[in-house]
Ligand binder design. Structure first.
Ligand SMILES: NC(=O)c1ccc[n+]([C@@H]2O[C@H](COP(=O)([O-])OP(=O)(O)OC[C@H]3O[C@@H](n4cnc5c(N)ncnc54)[C@H](OP(=O)(O)O)[C@@H]3O)[C@@H](O)[C@H]2O)c1
Length: 225
């Protein structure tokens, strides 16, 4: 039975992802700040606060020796949504970097050995199309810059671990109707999950991700860096 760990699995895209993998018979490690077993029948709920290094360390220790096929860094924040630059608080900007960029890499670093000893050896990172330098839009300075930084950090991480057969994927889930995406989102959760899983699930020892084209939209198309 393959194993996946998903961060931010208590609501939105993370919850839908976790339920979808449980349905397909995977062992699912669902992390959240306040684990609640009743949210996802059949998953194992684990505590993880992305802003707390001790929490990442405790997760690492509790999972020592367990092969994890996919670690999906999904949790994230969009603290400056609809805020003009002069209203963006520096602390929120720094917190965006901490949660959207630094924590996913620290989690990947902490769980590297679990993924290395697994069959699939995949790290998936939920980024955003709003991080694209080529497709640069307006506003959302904190969110955009934190996700662009995530993209670069993931590329560094991928290069560092290429020789160990590690695959890193950066995925835009689409504009999804969640708390973050809002009711104006263009797609529903099943459409986003199905699209992203079509990319992530096909990675195996015989098919590796090419990081030069590793920044994907949920529909499988490449996003320009
Ligand atoms: N929805 C969209 O249209 C869209 C578009 C592009 C990219 N994305 C990305 O997709 C991912 C999921 O988004 P979503 O729409 O599902 O958002 P969401 O509904 O707002 O859910 C965000 C998740 O992240 C968790 N989280 C936030 N801060 C955390 C922390 N410090 N420690 C642990 N967990 C934390 C939340 O947990 P709590 O409940 O504890 O806060 C929640 O589970 C994010 O990375 C987001 O940037 C979303």
């Amino acid at each position: 039975m393959p194993t996946i760990l998903i961060t931010g699995a208590n609501r939105g895209i993370g919850l839908a992802l976790a339920r979808s993998y449980v349905k397909d018979g995977w062992r699912v490690l669902a992390t959240s700040r306040k684990p609640d077993e009743s949210l996802i029948q059949g998953a194992e709920s684990l505590p993880l606060d992305l802003t707390d290094p001790d929490s990442i360390k405790a997760l690492q220790q509790s999972l020592a020796g367990m092969p994890i096929d996919i670690v999906w860094n999904n949790a994230g924040v969009y603290l400056d949504k609809n805020q003009p630059l002069d209203q963006v608080d520096n602390q929120d900007w720094l917190r965006s970097f901490e949660i959207n960029c630094i924590a996913p890499i620290r989690i990947a670093e902490a769980l590297m050995e679990n993924v290395r000893i697994s069959e699939r050896k995949v790290f998936a990172f939920t980024t955003s199309k709003m991080a694209s330098l080529a497709g640069n839009g307006i506003g959302a300075y904190a969110y955009r810059s934190s996700k662009t930084a995530l993209n670069m950090a993931v590329r560094c991480f991928a290069q560092d671990h290429k020789a160990q057969g590690i695959n890193c994927l950066l995925l835009h889930p689409g504009h999804v109707r969640t708390d973050m995406g809002g009711p104006e989102g263009e797609i529903d959760l099943p459409t986003s999950i199905t699209g992203m899983r079509n990319l992530v699930d096909r990675i195996n020892p015989d098919y590796t991700a090419d990081m030069d084209s590793g920044y994907f939209d949920y529909d499988g198309s490449n996003i320009p860096w």
